[in-house]
Each structure stands twice: as C-alpha cells, then as structure tokens.
Design a protein around this ligand. Structure first.
Ligand code: GLU
Length: 505
C-alpha cells in the first residue's frame, strides 16, 4: 500500500451545480474546522465532471460564500480562475488526462473493463430490473469480451465506457469515524462506470484519484455519499493505495423531518448575507448542525469552535434546521456589536435606503435609533423598517391611538396634555410620570396614545427616546395630527365609516 503523508489535509469538493446552500456550506465549515483544529490544510477542489449539470457563476458564489464566512483556503481554487498549491490543477475538467491514464491502468491490471453496451440496451435492463423490483445493476454483458474484439472496436471508435470490476463474492468493509465499521456484500456493488464515453471521468474515479494525488488524509462529506464509499474502497485496493479516513456528516432535515429544502427556509447562503444575517452567527449556527461541544454553550466564537471542534462529537443523528434558532443567534450577535460595526455591516449589505442615509447623516441619530431597537433586532435587514417612522411617519388608523381601557374622549384629553408637557424642557419621561402620579392617571393610559402618535404603530420602540431623535417640533406636529384623528373619529356618527367605505368603493 502506498502511504500518504502524515499531515492532515482535508478538502471541500463542491460540484458547480447551483447556489451554495446550507448543506454544502455546512460541509465546507466542518471540513475547514477540522483542518484548523488539527493545524492541517483546507483545500478547495472543483468537481465539474458532470458538465451537463454545471451552472455558470456557481463557483463564483461558492467562493463568495466561503469568503464571507471567513473560511480561508490554503490550497486549490481560492479566487475565480486562480489556484495555489502543488497538486493542481484543482478543477477536475482540467485533469482529464490523469483520469484517463488511471482508468486505463485499471483495465490493464484487470480491475476494469471496456463496456460497449448501447444506452438502449441499458435502458431495457434497467426497466426489467424495475419490474422485478431488483436494485439497478449492470448485468456484466461486456465483462468477458475477447481482447481482440475490444481492440478492434476501439480502433473502429465505437462508443465505450470503462467500468470497474467488482468481485461477486465476499464483502467490502471500511471504517467511518462517526458510524463505525460498515460492511457491504460485494454482490450489491454495481459495476460502476469510471470513464464515460465522452472521455470525462465519473465522480467516483475522479474523487478517488484526486484524493490520493492531492494527499487528502481525511474525507469529510455529506452522508449521501456513504453508499458510494465501498466502490471507492475497492478502487483504492485496485490502485494499491491506502484510503483516507472517512467522516460522513449526518444529513440535515427540515422541521417536518424531511430532507432540508427551500420550503424550510434554507436558501442560498448568500441570501442570508443579503438578508442581514451576520457571518459569525451563520458560522455558529451551521457548526451546531450535527455537532456540539457537549456542553450547554450555544454561542461559540470562531476561535472557540476551532479549539473545540472534535469530530468524535459529531452526532450520528440528523440535525434539524430551525430558522428561528438562526434568528435568535443572530440577535445575540447583533446585541454584542458596536454601533460602528453595525453601521458598516448595514453599508455592506446595502441595508439603508437613500432617505435613511439622509436622515442618519447625523451620526448621533443613527446611534440613538439603533439603541431604540438593538436588543430586539434579529436581522440587520429589519433595521430600516423598524426605525423608518423616525423620518417617514406611517399612516395609521385612529383606533389604535385608543389604549386599552380608554375611550376616545380620554385619549384626546391625554394627548392634549401630552402636547403641553412635550414643550417643557428637562427630563420628559420624569415630567410625564410625575403628571400621571399627581393626576392619578395610569401610566399606560398616558403613554400608549403618545407612543402611537409619535410612531404610528401599535408595537414600536420606547417613546421618549424616539421623541429625542425626531425632535420636539416634529413630535408636537405628530401629536397634533393624532388629536385631529381622534377628534374626527369622535365627530363621526356611528356607522358613518362603513357608509363612507361603501361610497368609496
Ligand atoms: N462533488 C461532491 C458534491 O458536491 C462532493 C463529494 C465528496 O466530497 O466526495 O457533493
């Protein structure tokens, strides 16, 4: 057996078939954490051998996602069209000769064979197997072709693939770090195509050859590949190479326990960026999808994750993706950020409209507005909506001015009193509270209508801090408008509103 070097070398090997989703990037993160924890190398290889599924722009967005999350690459593709390292090229479509040479070596050694079966024939076999409820498997028709025939047909340029041979007796075993020993009967393993008729390798051949040539010591990948691993183990045996360690990561499920998809809120990682989630929160959240430090700690910094990331703590069971948890986590991270950092992060995601930028050109306004909502803010992208009332008063219904247990008349009176109190200098909150105590008015009865008058919303931030930001003149105008609204409401005959609605329609 040819031995690999003892350095820990891991790889993330995406196929460029679309936007980088939660599952892909969770794999990338685990691979990266494993490399960093063990002071090894993190390699990025592009597996683009299935050209029919390749999608333009896919690598660019994968790189952007890794870069956003701070998963730095030691070797391989690290920028669009650029690579570093001694084991390149790192894009499989640029390594076709290597795969062909290796496939041919296997044929020469008697571990693989040319197959000339037509697509039509294969379709018929597969249909029959379906009807007989047998697992799909090549029937071995070309296993024992005469060498002269093979030579002749190849010279005639007949379409052919190379398939691996598989012993029909015995079993193949390997150890998965998480799941333990896994053994399968060889008779269940298909005569896998290794090299397609267009000269491209299949994933199986390419990944085994590359993992070996790139001196990968640990293969961390999604659980869906575990069924392919016995084939890979056979290939390692055929080549006389020692296989890497296999670590298959549990599949991520949605809350209904089905395979995670868009409808569970799992979108492209870059959409989370656009929506104002923070990279650190996303890293923390993804790290806990299938792994945990076996303590109650849920908020872990990047350094803590690296230090504690031990693959023996990866769960066998599938983790469940909960968007609410990401929201919660993001909120915790936002709470810890300085106003300057948040301002910069908002800038990075284009999270402020032109009107907002004009309003916040006075820095104190931004800092104060942030303070109004910081503890409740789940996503940066919610920031502007939560504070827009500061410069753009929403239109609201007079009804919401009337607090619980109040009537319109009392509401109007309290607002009129508020208008008078707002003009006083000093600590407005204290002035209002003193007034409530002195006049025996419930604080809520005084403050509810005022808050709605100032913010235009039933659920809104603290009123005195809001008044401080928008200033007394604007606040007075808003309260005057509110008084007008309740007065108009009071003047209406009961039922008039309904009649008006009818007329309008
Ligand atoms: N190209 C495969 C994928 O995108 C990677 C499989 C592997 O890591 O071996 O899922």
């Amino acid at each position: 057996m040819t031995k690999q070097s003892s350095k820990i070398r891991t790889r993330f090997a995406p196929s460029p078939t679309g936007a980088p989703h939660v599952g892909n990037i969770r794999t990338a993160l685990f691979v990266w954490l494993f490399a960093r924890h063990n002071k090894g190398n993190f390699i990025l290889r592009v597996e683009d051998t299935d050209q029919s599924r390749a999608e333009q722009g896919s690598i660019k967005s994968i790189l952007e996602a890794l870069n956003w999350l701070g998963l730095d690459i030691d070797e391989g593709i690290f920028k669009q069209g650029q690579e570093k390292g001694e084991h390149g090229p790192y894009t499989q479509s640029n390594r076709l000769k290597t795969y062909r040479d290796h496939a041919k070596k296997l044929v020469q050694a008697g571990h693989a064979f040319y197959c000339f079966c037509s697509q039509e024939r294969l379709a018929v076999i597969s249909e029959l197997q379906k009807q007989e409820k047998k697992p799909p498997k090549y029937d071995g028709q070309c296993l024992n072709l005469k060498p002269e025939d093979v030579k002749k047909w190849l010279a005639e340029k007949r379409s052919a693939v190379i398939r691996m041979k598989v012993p029909q007796e015995g079993e193949t075993s390997f150890k998965d770090t998480i799941k333990g020993n896994i053994t399968v009967q060889n008779s269940t393993i298909n005569y896998q195509v290794l090299l397609k008729s267009d000269g491209f390798p299949t994933y199986h051949l390419a990944s085994v050859v590359d993992d070996y040539l790139m001196e990968i010591s640990h293969v961390l990948r999604a659980d869906e590949w575990i069924a392919s691993t016995p084939k890979h183990v056979l290939l390692y045996q055929y080549f006389g190479w020692e296989p890497p360690e296999f670590i298959h990561l549990p599949i991520i499920l949605g809350q209904d326990k089905s395979k995670l998809s868009k409808r569970h809120g799992a979108i492209s990682i870059l959409d989370y960026k656009k929506q104002g989630y923070l990279a650190d929160a996303v890293v923390n959240f993804l790290a806990l999808l299938g792994w945990n430090p076996k303590t109650n700690q849920e908020i872990l910094s990047r350094d803590e994750l690296i230090e504690q990331f031990d693959v023996s703590k990866i769960n066998k069971n599938s983790p469940v993706f909960e968007l609410q948890k990401l929201d919660w986590m993001n909120k915790q991270y936002i709470k810890e950020m300085s106003a300057d950092k948040i301002r910069k992060a908002l800038h990075d995601i284009d999270g402020l409209s032109d009107e907002a930028l004009v309003f916040f050109n006075k820095q104190y306004r931004f800092d104060k507005a942030l303070n109004l909502i910081k503890d409740r803010l789940e996503k940066l992208s919610d920031f502007e909506d939560s504070v827009r009332f500061l410069w753009d008063m929403p239109d609201y219904k007079a009804d919401i001015l009337v607090g619980k247990g109040l009537d319109k008349k009392q509401t109007k009176q309290n607002l009129e009193k508020a208008l008078e109190l707002i003009d006083r200098s000093d600590d407005l909150r204290q002035i209002f509270l003193d007034h409530c105590d002195k006049s025996n008015i419930k604080r809520g009865d005084m403050l509810w209508p005022l808050r709605v008058a100032i913010t235009g919303m039933e659920h809104s931030p603290e009123v005195f801090a809001s008044i401080e930001i928008i200033g007394k003149d604007e606040s007075r105008e808003r309260v005057e408008k509110a008084i007008e609204k309740v007065s108009f409401k009071m003047a209406q005959r009961p039922g008039l509103e309904k009649i008006q609605e009818k007329v309008l329609w």
